[in-house]
Design a protein around this ligand. Structure first.
Ligand code: 3HC
Length: 309
């Protein structure tokens, strides 16, 4: 009976248990899970572009190998997440179509250009650091396949963050111009990294429901605060500053106070008007079009071998 199904679902969520693909779920739950998982997957795939730009320009074989490994990891994260979306009945080709036609989103952070090699380190340190803050709680997301995908992804993200921080530490021990390059990269990426966590809670249409369903375990502002608290000591150790005059320790709160991100910039970037949106989506579309023959060949091969069997 419908109300028995609904109460069983509610009971499962209330007990912090997992919803699995074959379980009954409200259509709105399925819809928001496909929305979040698909956009998370899109973010991983688009995120390959800013860093990929530096694979051929890395200053040493070691740095090239590490960056190659990281970019390949991001592709794998995208694959896990598209597969998780498919368990909800989403079609991967349709999701790609929505991405390239701007009907689904990907993380705003990847619409900023990587202008210097120090950006590779800052992306590892701050962007993957923000992703870790956001993704560790998602290991406990109520939808089984999504939470389990997060466990593997978080392990790889910590390698991503460490390699970025070590790269910056090395540059900070270098010349003045290398130190300047690092500080300029930090200045360009700090505020966009804070925007990765989403709009303020009182402007977040999905947070309340996502918290009630155990999709999210913390609100956007809670995770943003956690990220700031984690990053300030790391910046001090590195010897860089964040471009925020309001950033200071608040002993009463036991947290750092910080300034307000430019939410007009955030919404402009989310709506497609960031520095690199058109380039990122065009690149994704051409990669998909150029890969059509591979997909057709794989399908033809699969049909032939099925025919032989
Ligand atoms: N970039 C683009 N769109 C964003 C955004 C951002 N930084 N933050 C929020 N939005 C969108 C939301 O998707 C939503 O639009 P929609 O309803 O069409 O999906 C709208 O703005 C309002 O935001 P809400 O806070 O109401 O939406 P959510 O409850 O979904 O919260 C979120 C947004 C925190 C990003 C959440 O979706 C989430 O935790 N997603 C999973 C994590 C994720 O996607 N991370 C991507 C980071 S990059 C990455 O992981 C790669 C790593 O290897 C670097």
């Amino acid at each position: 009976q419908p109300d028995e199904l609904q109460s069983h679902f509610d009971e499962t969520i209330a007990r912090e248990r997992r919803i699995e693909p074959r379980d009954w779920m409200p259509e709105a739950y399925r819809k928001t899970m496909i929305r979040q998982i698909a956009q998370h997957a899109h973010s991983e795939i688009i995120g390959m572009q800013p860093e990929g730009n530096w694979i051929t320009r890395a200053p040493s074989l070691r740095r090239k190998a590490v960056l190659l490994a990281k970019v390949q990891d991001e592709a794998g994260h995208g694959m896990y997440l598209y597969s998780a979306a498919e368990t909800l009945g989403a079609d991967r080709a349709d999701l790609t179509d929505r991405l390239v036609h701007g009907r689904q989103k990907y993380s705003s952070i990847f619409n900023y250009p990587t202008l210097s090699y120090a950006d590779v380190g800052v992306i590892g340190w701050l962007v993957d650091g923000a992703a870790i803050c956001n993704q560790v709680p998602l290991c406990r997301s109520s939808y089984g396949p999504y939470g389990r995908a997060m466990v593997r992804i978080c392990k790889e993200e910590s390698f991503h963050q460490r390699q970025g921080y070590e790269l910056l530490m090395t540059m900070m021990r270098g010349t003045d111009s290398q130190r300047d390059m690092v500080q300029q990269a930090v200045d360009r990426f700090w505020w966009p990294a804070l925007m990765m966590f989403g709009p303020p809670d009182d402007e977040s249409p999905n947070t309340e429901q996502s918290m009630a369903w155990g999709v999210k375990r913390h609100t956007n502002d809670e995770l943003r605060q956690r990220f700031v608290d984690m990053s300030v000591p790391q910046a001090e150790k590195l010897g860089v500053t964040f471009p925020d005059p309001d950033l200071r320790w608040n002993a009463e709160r036991g947290h750092y106070d910080f300034g307000t991100p430019d939410w007009d910039e955030f919404w402009a970037v989310v709506k497609g008007n960031g520095p690199c949106n058109a380039q990122r989506v065009a690149h994704r579309k051409s990669a998909h079009d150029e890969g059509a023959w591979v997909r057709e060949a794989a399908l033809a091969h699969a049909a032939k071998s099925a025919g032989r069997r």
